[in-house]
Ligand binder design. Structure first.
Ligand code: FDA
Length: 396
């Protein structure tokens, strides 16, 4: 097998973090090779945001990230900000728009972002080599040897940018965690994040009729709350509100859902009883909530089909409490098959927050999702990939 020694840096993973890091390091004169087992670079970018890539968020701040070490992300996020990435997107003439809550999406296609990153790599002279299976990585005499199906590669610096475990169909593997462990790093235990919930059989049967229905809610638990849409699916509950809270959820816990955050339910029922006493309770609930959901809840809680005039305050209070604090105990989540991210990862207490360098092993770096830094839904995960990739690229 041939041995190629003419690289300063090998980056494993031609995804969001790896490509930005490669371009940044190559612009500084480093000889960079990016390797990936996939046939195509940036596969997750291509399918992200429904094919339009929610590439950053205008309001990105460290509070939008989960980590056992919450201060770690601050340095990189403040040195390469959402404005820096937007500037790059502007320089490439890519049209974009804000969809909601500061989320920026391409007007045309996520392909624009991948082409931009590959153009940056090409202009700077960073090589991207796909279809490269890695069989072993060793460190010896101040350099790394990467054994692949395309030959043996050597470089003084190795950047691990191979992402997390979500969506194995798109090429996700545990290689990043395995390499971290090989070089003595601790892994904060990993689990699926930004993932739909599955329900226990009784709830699943009860709500299966509601599949496809979306409601604006506040989903909360003791750790956080999110005011966004919830979607009933044939397996359980999804939509942005549920994906967001899933990252703060542990098996066996419940989730509280305010199904009518825009109403003060008890007061509104009292007022309506005065104004429209002959109106039926079910019609009110069907006006406030999607009809099918209102009827399902009336059946589940056996709320009577009476006129408002015949309902007492205690019933109003029960209804208000139930709708404002609808409690669901998920059976689990759909797991890595559909999760957008992996929570946990390489423990950031053993990584330099300015350079992304390992503090245990010379010349080794970790960037992007493989680290124990996970963003909310809304462009925050790509921003972490860009910021950590850039910070590392600047230090190589
Ligand atoms: P990324 O996963 O991008 O890249 C890792 C690379 O390593 C891949 O190219 C992979 O092939 C390669 N690799 C893995 N194992 C390997 C091995 N053994 N050998 C060789 N190569 C290997 N975020 C966001 O901010 N906005 C959004 O709109 C979305 N949308 C979205 C949709 C879906 C369906 C998913 C699954 C995820 C998102 N995300 C997102 C999350 C976002 O895609 C993710 O956080 C970043 O891509 C992480 O960037 P990385 O570069 O760290 O990993």
């Amino acid at each position: 097998m041939s041995v190629a020694v003419n690289h300063d840096v090998i980056i494993i993973g031609a995804g969001a973090a790896g490509l930005l890091c490669a371009a940044t390091a190559a612009q500084r004169g480093r000889r960079v090779l990016v390797i990936d087992h996939a046939k195509q670079a940036g596969k997750k970018i291509l399918i992200s945001g429904g094919g339009r890539c929610n590439f950053t968020n205008l309001y990105t701040s460290p509070e939008n990230y989960l980590s056992e070490n919450p201060h770690f992300c601050k340095s990189a996020l403040s040195r390469y900000t959402q404005w820096d990435f937007i500037d790059l997107v502007n320089r490439h003439g890519i049209a974009y728009h804000e969809k909601t809550l500061g989320q920026l999406f391409c007007d045309h296609s996520a392909k624009d972002i991948v082409s931009m990153l590959l153009t940056e790599c090409r202009r700077a002279g960073a090589q991207v080599q796909l279809r490269t299976e890695i069989t072993a990585v060793d460190y010896d005499a101040n350099s790394y040897t990467v054994v692949t199906n395309q030959g043996v590669l050597r470089a003084q610096q190795l950047v691990v940018a191979c992402g997390g475990l979500s969506m194995p169909k798109l090429g996700a593997t545990p290689l990043g965690y395995q390499l971290a462990e090989q070089f003595g790093h601790r892994i904060v235990s990993v689990r699926a994040g930004l993932v739909p919930f599955t329900l226990h059989d009784t709830d699943k049967q009860r709500f299966t009729e509601l599949s496809g229905l979306a409601v604006d809610v506040i989903a909360s638990n003791q750790r956080n709350q999110f005011k966004e849409a919830m979607l009933f699916t044939h397996r359980g509950l999804s939509g942005p509100a549920m994906l967001q809270i899933s990252s703060y959820w542990y098996p066996g816990e419940t989730i509280q859902i305010n199904l009518l955050p825009q109403e003060s339910i008890f007061t509104s029922l009292l007022e309506l009883r005065q104004q429209r006493p002959r109106m039926s309770l079910r019609s009110v609930l069907q006006e406030w909530l999607p009809k099918r959901l209102a009827l399902t809840l009336c059946e589940q809680y056996q709320w009577p089909d009476k006129n408002l005039a015949d309902c007492n305050n205690a019933l109003f209070q029960t209804i208000a409490d139930t709708l404002e604090n609808w409690t669901i105990k998920p059976n689990g989540t759909e797991g890595y098959r559909t999760a957008e991210v992996t929570l946990g990862g390489v423990d950031t207490r053993e990584v330099n927050s300015k350079t992304m360098a390992s503090t245990l092993q010379p010349g080794l770096y970790f960037i992007g999702e493989v680290l124990d830094v996970t963003g909310w839904l809304g462009g925050y995960n790509f921003q972490w990939a860009w910021s950590s990739g850039w910070a590392c690229g600047e230090s190589l």
